[in-house]
Ligand binder design. Sequence first.
Ligand code: DP6
Length: 400
Amino acid sequence: MSLYQATASAPVNIACIKYWGKRDTKLILPTNSSLSVTLDQDHLRSTTTSRADPSFSEDKLWLNGKLDEIKPGGRLWTCISEMKRMRKEVEDQKPNEPKLSAMHVHICSHNNFPTAAGLASSASGFAALVSSLAALYKLPASPSTLSLIARQGSGSACRSLFGGFVAWEMGSSPDGSDSLAVEVAPRDHWPEIHALICVVSDDKKGTSSTSGMQRTVETSALLQHRIKHVVPERMRAISAAIKEKNFDAFARITMQDSNQFHAVALDTDPPIFYMNDVSRAIIALVTEYNRVSVEAGGKLKAAYTYDAGPNAVIYTPQENVKEIVDMVVKYFPQAQPFKDPFGLFKGAGVQGGVVEGFNTAVAKQFEVGAVKTLIHTRVGDGPRVLGEEEALLGANGLPK
Ligand code: DP6
């Protein structure tokens, strides 16, 4: 008897132009287009194994070892149903194909980064789910077509179907058929873009993206201005900056858009605060670091961006990462040594320090643990189909 099983991994993405607001909450259709950088799966990824078997009595999904509920009409259910529908189309055209669309599936998913890190895992998670089912079902679907389905799991997930620099075009059709991800440029176009994720300690339970953005849509006048008059031009300008590898323009737009996203959160009634004192201190450091460069006749060297939480992601060309790690560690002493996956410090350890001319008074030094971890990664590739040896389900169809 054949084994119908496939395993895939998918990356995390961090937006430069933020998605915030839905015009259709069921289909997950956004109020504006967005654009992100896909991060390297060698460092951060979700891996998912899907298996179809006539002996399975229901669809089941395990996330990080725990059985998850697949609620009828819910996001997981929608994605799985849509993938089965596409499989059925293949079977209708090729009558010799096994009828996998009629079988139940077991799905096992795992993130290689702890949920406690406060990094959104829904984007990589839904992208890996859709990619593993597409491999299992041998669908002849493009990443853009698969992005239509991942989008219905979590909006930002549609952008994780591509590597490199990715736009989610909002579309205009009420059925969502043109609200999909497209590649702006592949990773190899601009592989020098690196990212430093500052995982900021956070003890309070924040407002989820899903409910926060809905409140913003209902109450913020500033959001309407952003949608109509700001994002369309920024999408054009940042796409051009990426194509020209113009980091100065890329950085300026990225920081402006992060700031405006947090401004519309503040403009929501009641207001939503995602950044904290540590987040704001990191903004001050990056701003001062850039000022020193610009005043010496240079360009912007780093860009911060923040999602629906206090963590900072700093984009920078590879050549600046060492200076930035030194700067962050000086203000935010680390309990654990910096992992240094690219060998910047050649095993010597991070001393901490700032570039010449830097005004050290722009921020105070925080206590150990204010920034819990620093993750150094870079722009990465799109979903990967993995071999049998990477499968997360055992011979019995249960998590290994
Ligand atoms: C701030 O994709 O998590 O990270 O579609 O409701 O699942 P849902 O929301 P989600 O929102 C992400 C918001 C953001 C910005 C972005 O990634 O573009």
